[in-house]
Every structure is written in structure tokens, then in C-alpha cells.
Design a protein around this ligand. Structure first.
Ligand code: C2E
Ligand code: CA
Ligand code: CA
Length: 529
């Protein structure tokens, strides 16, 4: 009878434990799904708002350009030049020259005046962060448009009429499309556009996700039927439950080994000591010729047990624990050693490295970069510093560092453009050489017309600011074609290669060189003949 009792209590313990995990798992999974939905819808609302801000940035930059060229005038030659400008920018429907009170003097396409249902007085236009810019609704017979007014001195103003294309905010996931709507409005409530599948069917239990622009008097709302949310992405329930259970089990396991438990920061320190952070290299190529023009260094943590940890699993912790600087220098040092001969043989080859804003703005960044690059006998011109605009950036301080970097010959790229915080006009202030268009846009460029419009806008602005453009995450030839037709020059993505360890990257470069050498003699012969 003796041994039966411990067995029984062990079973009871296991049962109780499992029940506790299951219960916790249920709450965690339900909570997780709910949070996930809210986050997703919140993000979508943000995307719509950023797209609208993009359009206004684009209009403002277009008007600046016209004013800078002295074209704010009604004479036939100026109007002709303005028409060409409008023609080249599909998002802009018309440009008008107006009096300080807002009344129209003339229009690039005078016929479009007939489509107006009315025109707002200046007093009813809404101010924005930039005090020379006013926004207002232009009611037209074919649907409403957005007017963007830019003061030119105090005698005149220019107005761009922006078509609010439904595809600009057609972003709802398929499951929600029929039960939701997307609205874009001015802060005074004037609606600029809405996207709704079934216009006559009101939502029975609407929930609103709303965002307002910091820079412009714009507001976006995504309205969803609450009843749909209970079905949407509920397929996550069981996987989330499984994760919760596994985590519980893991927790128990870790607890039993608590003797050996140490913090993850201690892990980072040990890895730094052992030099476990390594650069992987991903080629950046010319979209038209496929020629490799450079590469981006992407960090990997090669652990003692042979596993490879991706950057998203350690960069945030490295950043918050103050280890990111040491890690970045370790990776760059290694990359320079690996690529030294290639960089010195081909002076056009560029090496890009990712630097978090905190590191860029920290003391000694420029000095340490200079000495590290100089010690490897590599030219500063070949090094590109990639700064992400995903998180808020202190623009004035960053611009000063960028200026200093560029004065030494380094190049600077803005990473993840399109998903970050800064508007297009702020991109100019940073003074970078290159913008990298986020994979988010490349993914949809072949399926979504609004993406094409946005990429075209980015390229047009980049040209105005003398910046080059790289597209990230290029996976197919269709994307290459679409990007080329938008005017993008360079790309990076699995189509050519994923991030590779040095030996593999070196092999790829050797293969490319051999292929070029095989073609070259014929080329030379042709030249001689
Ligand atoms: P990122 O700088 O935007 O790098 C591009 C990411 O997209 C890389 O992910 C790359 O592997 C991935 N990628 C490139 N082409 C394709 C493609 O065709 N398809 C798909 N699906 N993905 C593609 P990775 O290596 O996981 O890096 C993620 C992020 O981690 C980087 O995004 C960067 O923000 C950060 N990171 C990586 N290395 C470093 C580093 O050394 N320092 C810092 N501060 N951040 C780093
Ligand atoms: Ca990057
Ligand atoms: Ca990126």
C-alpha cells in the first residue's frame, strides 16, 4: 500500500498542473487573438493615414518644385510647363494659381474648372504643421478631391488637386472586406473618400479604429463589424494554446534547472566575448543588368550548439541592454576582414551596415567608424550606413551626424522607407544618399495599384532630392519589371540570393566574375574589330 500514495499524488499534481496550464493557455490565447486583431487593425489604420500623408507630401513637394522654377504664373508658357508636370504625376489631377484669399486665377487644365461643384474660401481651409500649407475638400462632379494650397510669397498661392484614389486605401484583409469600411476625412469632418464593398448595408455593431495625422489635418477611420471579429483569425486559438502549453512545460523544465539559470543579457555578453556575432552578406544588384553592386551586412548569432539565431531575436535586447554598439563593431570588423580584398579590388563595390539610431547618435560613432574602416584600408566611399526610420528619429541631431559622415565620404541610406515614422518631406532633411523601399511595398507592387503609385512618388521625390533608390525583398522577375518601370535602379532579395555566410557569398561573387570573364574576350574582340 505504501508506494501507491506518492504515485497518486504525483498524478494529481500532473493533472492539476496540466489543468492550470490549459486554463492559463485559454485566457492567454483569447487575449492574444484579441490583442493581435486590435494591433493589426490599428496598423492598417496607420497605413491608410501614412498613404494619405504621402500623397500630401508629394503634392507639397510638387508645388515647391513648380514655385522654385518660377512657374507660379498664368502666362501660356508657364501653364504649358505646369501641364507637363501634372501629366508626369498621375496622383495630381490639376494645379491652379490662386489669390491669397483662395479664389482661382487660372488653372493648368482650365476645362477641369467645369467639374467643380464649389470652391472653399481660404477661411475654411485647414492649417497644417507647415504653416504655408492648407488643406481643403474640392467637391467635384466626379467625386471629391483633396486641395493642397501652398503660399508663394504673399501675393499668390498654388493649389494641387489630388485625386483620392480608392485603391490608395483598399487594404482590408479578405475576411473583413465585406464587413468593414475605410474612411479618409479632414479634421473638420469633411469626407475625402471612403472604401466600402456594400455601400447600402450599414454595419450592425460597428467598432472604430481611428488615427489622426500629426502633420496634416487628416483623419482615417477603419470601421469593422464587431461580430466578424469573433471569427477573424480565430484559427490562431489552438496554435496559441499549444504555445502557451509548451511555454508552461518549458518554464517547469527551466525551473528544475534553475541552478544553471542566468539572464539572457549574460548570454549576449558571453557571445560577444566569444565572437559569436557574425556578418552574413546579401547582394545588392542592378535591377536592369543583374550585376552585383554591393552587399548588406546582416547579423547572425552563431551559437556554440550550432544553431543560428536571426537578428530580430537578439538586436532588440542588445539595444535595450546597451550591447548594440559592441555587437555592431564586432560584426563590422569581421565583415571588413572578410571582404577586404574584394573592396580593395573593386572600388565601386559598396558595403552597407545597419546602425540603430541610438548608436548613430551616440558619442564617438563617427570617429570609431572612421578608424575601423581606415584600419582595414578601405575607402569611406565604399561604406553605406543604413539608418532605419521605423522608429522615431531625432531628425536634427541625426542630420548633423549624417552631414559629418558624408563630409568624410561615407554614404548614408534610410532603411524601411514607407513603413516608418517620417514623412517624405522629412526624408530630405536627413540628407541621405539613398532610400531603401521596404519589402512591404515590393510584396504588393505586382498586385496592388496603390503600391505602384506610392513607389512612383518615392522615386520622383528621390530624384528631386538627388537620392538613389533600392528596393528590398525582391523575390520575382515580375517585381523586377514593375520596379524598373517605376524607375527604381537597384534591388536586394532572394531572387539573387538570401543573406549568405562569407564562404558562400565569396563563391557567388567568384561565379559571377567567371561568367563575366567568359563573355569579356568576345566583347573585347568586338571592340577591336
Ligand atoms: P533590414 O535591414 O530591413 O534587412 C532586410 C531583411 O529582409 C533581412 O532580414 C533579409 O534577410 C530580409 N530579406 C532580404 N531579401 C528578402 C526577400 O527576398 N524575401 C524575404 N522574405 N526577406 C528578405 P534579417 O537578416 O532577418 O534582418 C532583419 C532585420 O534585423 C534587418 O532588417 C535589420 O533591421 C536588423 N538587423 C540585421 N542585422 C543587423 C545589424 O547588424 N545591426 C542592426 N542594428 N540591425 C540589424
Ligand atoms: Ca537594412
Ligand atoms: Ca529594410
Amino acid at each position: 500500500m505504501g508506494p501507491a500514495r506518492p504515485k497518486l499524488s504525483l498524478a494529481a499534481l500532473v493533472l492539476a498542473g496540466t489543468a492550470a496550464f490549459a486554463l492559463a493557455g485559454h485566457f492567454a490565447a483569447t487575449r492574444f487573438i484579441h490583442d493581435q486583431q486590435a494591433r493589426q487593425l490599428d496598423e492598417l489604420t496607420g497605413v491608410v493615414l501614412r498613404r494619405a500623408e504621402f500623397a500630401v507630401d508629394f503634392a507639397a513637394a510638387s508645388l515647391d518644385d513648380l514655385a522654385g522654377r518660377g512657374l507660379a504664373s498664368c502666362d501660356p508658357a508657364s501653364l504649358q510647363a505646369v501641364r507637363l508636370h501634372v501629366y508626369q504625376r498621375s496622383a495630381v489631377k490639376d494645379v491652379r494659381i490662386v489669390n491669397p484669399d483662395g479664389s482661382v486665377i487660372c488653372s493648368a487644365y482650365s476645362e477641369t474648372l467645369e467639374f467643380d461643384k464649389g470652391w472653399v474660401d481660404r477661411a475654411d481651409m485647414l492649417g497644417s504643421h507647415d504653416t504655408r500649407l492648407l488643406l481643403f475638400r474640392v467637391e467635384q462632379f466626379g467625386g471629391d478631391a483633396l486641395g493642397v494650397l501652398r503660399d508663394i510669397g504673399d501675393k499668390k498661392a498654388l493649389v494641387a488637386i489630388l485625386g483620392i484614389n480608392a485603391s490608395l486605401f483598399d487594404i482590408m484583409p479578405a475576411e473583413l472586406r465585406a464587413h468593414g469600411e475605410v474612411l479618409l476625412a479632414l479634421k473638420n469632418g469633411a469626407r475625402l473618400g471612403e472604401f466600402k464593398l456594400d455601400a447600402d448595408k450599414p454595419l450592425s455593431h460597428p467598432v472604430d479604429f481611428e488615427k489622426s495625422s500629426q502633420r496634416y489635418p487628416l483623419r482615417t477611420v477603419i470601421r469593422i463589424d464587431r461580430t466578424v471579429l469573433s471569427h477573424w483569425s480565430s484559427e490562431l486559438y489552438w496554435p496559441a494554446m499549444a504555445v502557451a502549453l509548451a511555454l508552461g512545460a518549458l518554464f517547469g523544465l527551466l525551473l528544475s534547472r534553475s541552478r544553471r539559470m542566468e539572464g539572457p543579457v549574460a548570454d549576449l555578453d558571453r557571445a560577444l566575448e566569444r565572437g559569436e556575432f557574425r556578418p552574413y552578406f546579401q547582394p545588392i544588384f542592378d535591377l536592369k543588368t543583374g550585376q552585383i553592386r554591393g552587399c548588406e551586412i546582416l547579423a547572425r548569432w552563431l551559437r556554440e550548439d550550432g544553431s543560428i539565431v536571426p537578428p530580430m531575436n537578439f538586436i532588440p535586447l542588445a539595444e535595450s541592454s546597451g550591447r548594440i554598439e559592441a555587437m555592431t563593431w564586432q560584426i563590422l570588423g569581421r565583415a571588413l576582414a572578410d571582404l577586404q580584398s574584394l573592396l580593395r579590388a573593386d572600388k565601386e563595390f559598396k558595403l552597407s551596415l545597419n546602425v540603430v539610431p541610438k548608436h548613430l547618435l551616440g558619442a564617438d560613432f563617427v570617429e570609431t567608424l572612421r578608424s575601423t574602416v581606415a584600419a582595414a584600408k578601405v575607402s569611406a566611399r565604399q561604406i553605406v550606413v543604413e539608418v532605419t526610420e521605423r522608429d522615431e528619429l531625432d531628425l536634427a541631431r541625426a542630420a548633423a551626424v549624417v552631414g559629418e559622415l558624408r563630409s568624410y565620404g561615407f554614404r548614408v541610406a534610410i532603411d524601411d522607407v514607407g513603413v516608418g515614422h517620417s514623412g517624405l518631406s522629412r526624408l530630405k532633411e536627413l540628407g541621405a544618399n539613398t532610400i531603401k523601399i521596404d519589402k512591404f511595398f515590393v510584396d504588393t507592387i505586382t498586385v496592388d495599384a496603390s503600391t505602384t503609385t506610392i513607389v512612383e512618388m518615392l522615386v520622383a521625390l528621390a530624384r528631386d532630392f538627388h537620392m538613389t533608390v533600392i528596393a528590398e525583398g525582391v523575390e520575382s522577375q515580375d517585381q523586377v519589371r514593375a520596379l524598373i518601370s517605376c524607375g527604381v535602379e537597384e534591388g536586394q532579395g532572394y531572387l539573387v540570393a538570401p543573406p549568405l555566410p562569407f564562404a558562400k557569398f565569396n563563391e557567388l561573387m567568384a561565379l559571377r566574375r567567371a561568367a563575366i570573364a567568359a563573355v569579356a574576350p568576345a566583347g573585347n574582340a568586338a571592340l577591336v574589330a
